[in-house]
Design a binder for this molecule. Structure first.
Ligand SMILES: [Zn+2]
Length: 136
């Protein structure tokens, strides 16, 4: 997995666990990503240096406000793309997740703002999840 993709992936999954009200721990992430606890810890150290997550001993992992803003954007991009694929391109809702996983990493806010403008409704994705508001 490419570095930026890995970072996006971690932040997004931590956001989704928090959204679902679940405790974010090294073992939960290690199970989810099917990687060792030490590689999860290494990645968390990097994310913590970037001030995206708070990691305290014996405490669940939390996104910082900067991390939350970043997560909001990645999640919004993913869900906007899923909506676009269904609403505009007539994909079946069960076909869009994998494609969105790829497209969400495009580094172009204007691209996603244009996607948003093309949608009739930009608040709920095809799976019924809320599409976060963003600055782009
Ligand atoms: Zn998806």
């Amino acid at each position: 997995m490419k570095k930026t993709k890995e970072k996006d992936h971690y932040i997004k999954e931590i956001f989704k666990l928090e959204e679902a009200g679940e405790k974010v721990t090294v073992s939960a992430l290690s199970k989810l990503f099917k990687v060792s606890k030490s590689s999860v810890s290494n990645m968390l150290k990097k994310l913590s240096l970037m001030e995206l997550v708070d990691t305290l001993p014996y405490k669940p992992i939390k996104l910082t406000s900067k991390g939350r803003k970043f997560a909001n954007e990645v999640v919004a991009k993913h869900r906007l793309i899923e909506s676009f694929l269904v609403e505009v391109m007539q994909f079946n809702p069960n076909e869009v997740h994998e494609i969105a996983e790829e497209i969400e990493h495009i580094n172009s806010p204007v691209f996603f703002s244009k996607v948003r403008k093309m949608l009739k409704q930009d608040t709920t994705d095809p799976h019924g999840s809320n599409i976060p508001k963003t600055d782009f």
